[in-house]
Design a protein around this ligand. Structure first.
Ligand code: 1QQ
Length: 388
């Protein structure tokens, strides 16, 4: 049961502190990292959250969208006046070791209540066990691989799980195209691309589709000729590509140049306007499932898009939207906790229920994962549109 051992630990710590205080010791307060004194005079609870984001390097557009989404949410939350949030942003450059360093810096700062991020599953698999051990809540807003919230009681996410998005995209693509044979390609040295591949393989097997070939590539690879030649020769109806946008867009571009014009199905990593930016027309025919559809007429999405564009001069994406909702989830927990104390905050966070965000209602299940509705999109004429 999530939280029991931590609760026991906290109770024991409090008893210890009370005993120390009763013995005349002055060993209370600051060292215990409770931040209890952080409410300001108006009774508004203030908290600092540490953010770890992929801000430099080949996939920097993910981190840019995430931090922009967080900054917009921070502005909106603080304007409401119920809680006050400060963000301390660190760059991970998409690297697990750099993310871990950033998290250690954040964790050792007692004035920080919780962490948001890091951006990649590969990074959170390195950071979350440490955060859990140190008793600091952590929530990924973009980390989609299976098994993340299961790392521990302090680990959450509001990102759409790959195991929910990928089957939705494959099922719709197969239903629409009548595909019977599929080729798979994935990066075998990244948690997301590997995890996404596992979901793809499982899904096509369950659907009884024929796999013509499985190809792999490595992080940062620029030439996919060998893999694509093999795929072309096996004559599939669909290509399932588990890739981050920086590699996925290059794969699509090279595929189209080789005359491969069948649709691609991707996971979360591929669902970025950057795929269109990099691959241009070659990105047409990419199918993905997402909780955020930019052309939605939902007034909450329309307002979010307008505010984001006014603030940052560009359109948001799924990662910005999930980060925006993520900070509102933190703000709601902070309000209910009534304190910036890490333990009180964690307990309130775990109890998040039916919180209305721009992407729908959020509740965490017993392990700290979310269930979300997804829309299947395709890129057509250089734009993400609903895949009907
Ligand atoms: C993960 C992802 C990436 C696409 C986030 C940017 O979903 O690593 O889990």
């Amino acid at each position: 049961m999530k939280g029991i051992s931590r609760k026991l630990f906290s109770i024991l710590s409090i008893i210890m502190l009370l005993l120390l205080a009763a013995c005349g010791g002055n060993n209370t307060g600051s060292e215990t990292n409770t931040n209890e004194g952080s409410s300001n005079k108006d009774g508004v609870v203030s908290a600092k959250f540490g953010v770890i984001a992929y801000l430099t390097g080949a996939g920097a557009a993910y981190g840019e969208a995430i931090t922009n989404g967080l900054k917009l949410a921070q502005k909106d939350i603080n304007a409401l006046g119920e809680v006050n949030i400060e963000l301390v942003i660190e760059d991970s450059a998409g690297k697990a070791d750099q993310a871990l360093n950033a998290s250690q810096k954040i964790m050792s700062d007692d004035s920080i209540t919780a962490i948001i991020g890091p951006t990649l599953s590969t990074e959170i698999f390195a950071v979350a066990p440490e955060a859990d051990l140190n008793g600091i809540p952590i929530m990924g807003t973009s980390t989609t691989v299976d098994g993340i919230p299961e790392i521990g009681d302090y680990v959450f996410r509001n990102a759409v799980p790959e195991s929910l998005a990928i089957p939705a995209a494959i099922e719709k693509a197969v239903e629409r195209t009548g595909a019977k044979k599929v080729a798979l390609i994935y990066g075998n040295d990244d948690a997301l691309t590997k995890g996404g591949f596992d979901v793809m393989e499982r899904t096509v097997k369950e659907m009884g589709l024929e796999i013509t070939t499985i190809e792999t590539y490595q992080d940062g690879q620029s030439d996919y000729n060998a893999q694509l030649t093999k795929i072309k020769n096996t004559n599939p109806d669909l290509i399932l590509a588990s890739a981050l946008y920086n590699e996925g867009a290059v794969i699509m571009d090279q595929a189209r140049k080789m005359g491969i014009d069948i649709p691609f199905v991707g996971g979360n990593g591929f669902n970025s306007p950057q795929a269109i930016e990099i691959a241009g027309d070659a990105a047409n025919g990419l199918i993905v499932a997402t909780p955020y559809f930019g052309e939605s007429t939902d007034p909450k999405i329309v307002k979010f898009n307008e505010d984001y564009e006014a603030e940052f001069g560009k359109k948001p994406d799924q990662f910005a939207a999930q980060a925006y909702d993520g900070l509102f989830i933190y703000a709601d927990a902070l309000k209910r906790a009534g304190s910036a104390d890490r333990e009180a905050f964690r307990e309130a966070l775990a109890e998040t229920k039916d919180l209305e965000g721009i992407l729908g209602k959020f509740s965490f299940d017993e392990v700290g994962d979310v269930i979300m509705n997804v829309t299947v999109l395709e890129i057509k004429d250089g734009k993400f549109i609903e895949f009907e």
